[in-house]
Design a protein around this ligand. Sequence first.
Ligand SMILES: [Ca+2]
Length: 162
Amino acid sequence: MHSFLLAIGLLCVHCAQTCKHSGYTNVAYMKKITLSSYHSKSQYPGSNAVNGKLNDVTASDWEASPWLRIDLGKSFKIQKIEVIDRTGCCEGRLHDVEFTVWSCPDHMNSCGRYIGPAKNGERITVFCPKNTVGQFVQLQIVKGEKNEISPAEVCVWGKPNN
Ligand SMILES: [Ca+2]
Protein backbone atom coordinates (compact mmCIF):
# COMPACT_ATOMS: atom_id res chain seq x y z
CA MET A 1 0.00 0.00 0.00
CA HIS A 2 2.83 2.34 0.87
CA SER A 3 4.48 1.91 -2.51
CA PHE A 4 1.12 2.39 -4.19
CA LEU A 5 0.59 5.70 -2.40
CA LEU A 6 4.14 6.75 -3.20
CA ALA A 7 3.53 5.96 -6.87
CA ILE A 8 0.38 8.09 -6.83
CA GLY A 9 2.34 10.90 -5.20
CA LEU A 10 5.09 10.74 -7.79
CA LEU A 11 2.50 10.65 -10.54
CA CYS A 12 0.85 13.80 -9.17
CA VAL A 13 4.11 15.69 -9.05
CA HIS A 14 5.02 14.53 -12.54
CA CYS A 15 1.56 15.61 -13.64
CA ALA A 16 2.16 18.99 -12.04
CA GLN A 17 4.54 20.11 -14.74
CA THR A 18 2.47 18.95 -17.68
CA CYS A 19 -1.22 19.23 -16.79
CA LYS A 20 -3.30 22.37 -16.76
CA HIS A 21 -4.64 23.31 -13.34
CA SER A 22 -7.20 26.07 -13.76
CA GLY A 23 -4.85 27.63 -16.29
CA TYR A 24 -1.87 27.36 -13.93
CA THR A 25 1.13 25.05 -14.33
CA ASN A 26 4.10 24.29 -12.11
CA VAL A 27 6.44 26.96 -13.45
CA ALA A 28 9.22 25.98 -11.01
CA TYR A 29 9.85 22.57 -12.56
CA MET A 30 13.55 22.20 -13.52
CA LYS A 31 14.25 25.90 -12.96
CA LYS A 32 17.41 27.35 -11.39
CA ILE A 33 17.73 26.98 -7.61
CA THR A 34 20.06 28.84 -5.27
CA LEU A 35 20.44 28.10 -1.56
CA SER A 36 21.95 30.44 1.03
CA SER A 37 24.41 27.62 1.84
CA TYR A 38 24.76 23.93 1.05
CA HIS A 39 24.92 20.91 3.34
CA SER A 40 26.53 19.07 0.42
CA LYS A 41 26.11 20.55 -3.03
CA SER A 42 26.93 17.25 -4.74
CA GLN A 43 24.78 15.05 -2.52
CA TYR A 44 21.81 17.38 -2.03
CA PRO A 45 21.89 19.78 -4.98
CA GLY A 46 19.36 22.59 -5.25
CA SER A 47 17.96 20.97 -8.38
CA ASN A 48 16.47 18.22 -6.18
CA ALA A 49 13.84 20.74 -5.10
CA VAL A 50 12.37 21.03 -8.60
CA ASN A 51 13.05 17.66 -10.25
CA GLY A 52 9.56 16.20 -9.77
CA LYS A 53 10.79 13.49 -7.37
CA LEU A 54 9.61 13.18 -3.78
CA ASN A 55 12.26 10.69 -2.62
CA ASP A 56 15.17 13.14 -2.59
CA VAL A 57 15.94 16.44 -0.86
CA THR A 58 18.06 19.51 -1.23
CA ALA A 59 19.60 20.78 1.99
CA SER A 60 21.18 23.98 3.20
CA ASP A 61 23.89 24.00 5.81
CA TRP A 62 22.95 24.78 9.41
CA GLU A 63 22.38 28.47 9.94
CA ALA A 64 19.89 30.81 11.59
CA SER A 65 17.82 31.80 8.54
CA PRO A 66 18.59 29.59 5.54
CA TRP A 67 16.78 30.31 2.30
CA LEU A 68 15.99 28.60 -1.00
CA ARG A 69 15.40 30.75 -4.08
CA ILE A 70 13.90 29.77 -7.43
CA ASP A 71 14.58 31.80 -10.57
CA LEU A 72 11.58 31.18 -12.83
CA GLY A 73 13.44 32.69 -15.79
CA LYS A 74 10.81 35.39 -16.35
CA SER A 75 7.84 36.89 -14.52
CA PHE A 76 4.69 34.86 -13.96
CA LYS A 77 1.36 35.49 -12.31
CA ILE A 78 1.62 33.29 -9.23
CA GLN A 79 -1.41 31.72 -7.61
CA LYS A 80 0.13 29.50 -4.94
CA ILE A 81 3.32 27.83 -3.75
CA GLU A 82 3.45 24.23 -2.57
CA VAL A 83 6.21 22.57 -0.58
CA ILE A 84 6.41 18.82 -0.13
CA ASP A 85 8.37 17.95 2.98
CA ARG A 86 11.00 15.23 3.11
CA THR A 87 10.22 11.69 4.27
CA GLY A 88 12.23 9.20 6.30
CA CYS A 89 13.65 11.58 8.87
CA CYS A 90 14.01 15.15 9.98
CA GLU A 91 10.64 16.29 8.70
CA GLY A 92 10.25 18.83 11.53
CA ARG A 93 13.15 20.87 10.20
CA LEU A 94 10.62 22.61 7.95
CA HIS A 95 8.99 25.30 10.10
CA ASP A 96 8.42 29.05 10.22
CA VAL A 97 8.91 29.47 6.48
CA GLU A 98 8.33 32.90 4.95
CA PHE A 99 7.27 32.82 1.27
CA THR A 100 8.29 35.81 -0.85
CA VAL A 101 7.87 36.63 -4.55
CA TRP A 102 9.51 39.47 -6.48
CA SER A 103 10.89 40.71 -9.76
CA CYS A 104 12.67 43.79 -8.42
CA PRO A 105 14.26 43.60 -4.96
CA ASP A 106 12.70 46.92 -4.00
CA HIS A 107 9.20 45.48 -4.36
CA MET A 108 8.88 42.21 -2.44
CA ASN A 109 5.51 40.44 -2.23
CA SER A 110 4.77 38.21 0.74
CA CYS A 111 2.67 35.11 0.12
CA GLY A 112 2.48 34.32 3.82
CA ARG A 113 4.18 32.21 6.42
CA TYR A 114 3.97 28.54 7.36
CA ILE A 115 4.44 27.90 11.09
CA GLY A 116 4.57 24.11 11.34
CA PRO A 117 6.61 22.12 12.12
CA ALA A 118 5.87 19.94 9.11
CA LYS A 119 4.93 16.28 9.28
CA ASN A 120 6.55 13.47 7.32
CA GLY A 121 5.96 14.13 3.61
CA GLU A 122 3.43 16.87 4.33
CA ARG A 123 2.26 18.99 1.42
CA ILE A 124 2.14 22.65 2.46
CA THR A 125 0.24 25.19 0.38
CA VAL A 126 0.33 28.96 0.63
CA PHE A 127 -1.84 31.14 -1.59
CA CYS A 128 -0.37 34.40 -2.82
CA PRO A 129 -2.46 37.60 -2.81
CA LYS A 130 -4.40 38.19 -6.03
CA ASN A 131 -2.30 39.62 -8.88
CA THR A 132 1.01 38.56 -7.37
CA VAL A 133 3.62 38.70 -10.13
CA GLY A 134 7.29 37.80 -9.96
CA GLN A 135 10.31 36.03 -11.37
CA PHE A 136 11.89 34.96 -8.09
CA VAL A 137 10.33 32.84 -5.35
CA GLN A 138 12.01 32.46 -2.00
CA LEU A 139 11.41 30.24 1.03
CA GLN A 140 13.24 31.31 4.17
CA ILE A 141 13.16 29.99 7.73
CA VAL A 142 12.70 33.03 9.93
CA LYS A 143 12.66 31.68 13.50
CA GLY A 144 15.30 29.94 15.57
CA GLU A 145 19.08 29.92 15.71
CA LYS A 146 20.04 26.63 14.05
CA ASN A 147 18.05 25.63 10.98
CA GLU A 148 18.37 23.62 7.81
CA ILE A 149 15.94 24.08 4.93
CA SER A 150 15.56 20.70 3.22
CA PRO A 151 12.33 20.11 1.29
CA ALA A 152 11.75 17.22 -1.08
CA GLU A 153 10.05 19.40 -3.70
CA VAL A 154 8.72 22.90 -4.33
CA CYS A 155 5.97 23.67 -6.85
CA VAL A 156 5.03 27.17 -7.96
CA TRP A 157 1.67 27.45 -9.69
CA GLY A 158 1.78 30.26 -12.22
CA LYS A 159 0.78 31.39 -15.67
CA PRO A 160 2.27 33.82 -18.18
CA ASN A 161 2.16 37.47 -17.19
CA ASN A 162 0.77 39.04 -20.33
CA1 LIG B 1 12.66 16.46 -5.47
